[in-house]
Ligand binder design. Sequence first.
Ligand SMILES: Cc1cc2nc3c(=O)[nH]c(=O)nc-3n(C[C@H](O)[C@H](O)[C@H](O)COP(=O)(O)OP(=O)(O)OC[C@H]3O[C@@H](n4cnc5c(N)ncnc54)[C@H](O)[C@@H]3O)c2cc1C
Length: 302
Amino acid sequence: MGYDVKIFEALHKAGGVLVYGIPEFRLPKERVVQEEIENVKSLGVEIETDCVIGKSTTIDALMTEEGYDAVFVGSGAGLPRFMHIPGEQAMGVFSANEYLTRSNLMGAFSSKSRTPIMHAKKAVIVGGGNVAMDAARTALRLGAETHIVYRRSEKELPARAEEVEHAKQEGIIFNLLTNPVEIHADEKGWVKSITCIRMGLGEPDESGRRRPVEIPGSEFEIECDCVIMSLGTSPNPLISSTTKGLEINRRKCIVANEENGQTSKEGVFAGGDAVTGAATVILAMGAGKAAAKGIDEYLSNK
Ligand SMILES: Cc1cc2nc3c(=O)[nH]c(=O)nc-3n(C[C@H](O)[C@H](O)[C@H](O)COP(=O)(O)OP(=O)(O)OC[C@H]3O[C@@H](n4cnc5c(N)ncnc54)[C@H](O)[C@@H]3O)c2cc1C
């Protein structure tokens, strides 16, 4: 549409979750993602990496001091949730985000990497979504006997059926109707096992899925040297807390108009996971296009 556009990216590489979250075996980085990034650059878009909005600079500063007429926030939902159970601070416990980012973005699967990752003998992945399947299949490729621990039954697994199928075909072991209660560490502070409890299913909860209920006295231990928490993510509050007048909802997502991405702050638009919470690539791309039209309309009317 003829505007000068610049992208500010916190990490050293552009591409978001497509680069640091989704593993190479599901989405080839050079052949698919990098090609898309080169397309964007060839349109004349400038990309500045290693720039954390909210720390390196702020949206308010971009608009008042650096001459930007409009801003689009597409900062995703990268803040991992934890269970807050005893032992979760032990070494060898990761969030799925950290585990996948180390492996995908930092090349930590290779012993030559400057940030190598532990090659676990036996890994427990807690959670049943697509991210859990990616973390499990990555741990498997790094040589671990890999277990998924999920508190509901197979019917309620939030991951897509084909992801579950691929995980099973590759030999991931599913411990369903099972929930962790405590992680145990050895004398040096490294994970050595996880205590879990068997679950039954009660009445449906507010999500419509049957509520998991603990079966008293059914605790048992799984020996393992790595635990990967994959319990969902929410938007990082850094941008909302450093931008005056940017409304967020109770899930910490930026409130934006679905049609054009307009937020509560004039000239600031938003879309993707930062608005919806963790969702899909196609929704995020659609929101970007809708916001581009919204920004064009806003600037044309100004
Ligand atoms: C492991 C995994 C597997 C997935 N698999 C699929 C799948 O198979 N299919 C599918 O459709 N979806 C999948 N998703 C979801 C999908 O990747 C996301 O919905 C999508 O990437 C959201 O795009 P986005 O642009 O909103 O955010 P992101 O892709 O998260 O990009 C946000 C970018 O903003 C940057 N950023 C954050 N904060 C700041 C800041 N303060 N300053 C500057 N930059 C910042 C981040 O570094 C990141 O590069 C998966 C997600 C994960 C984690």
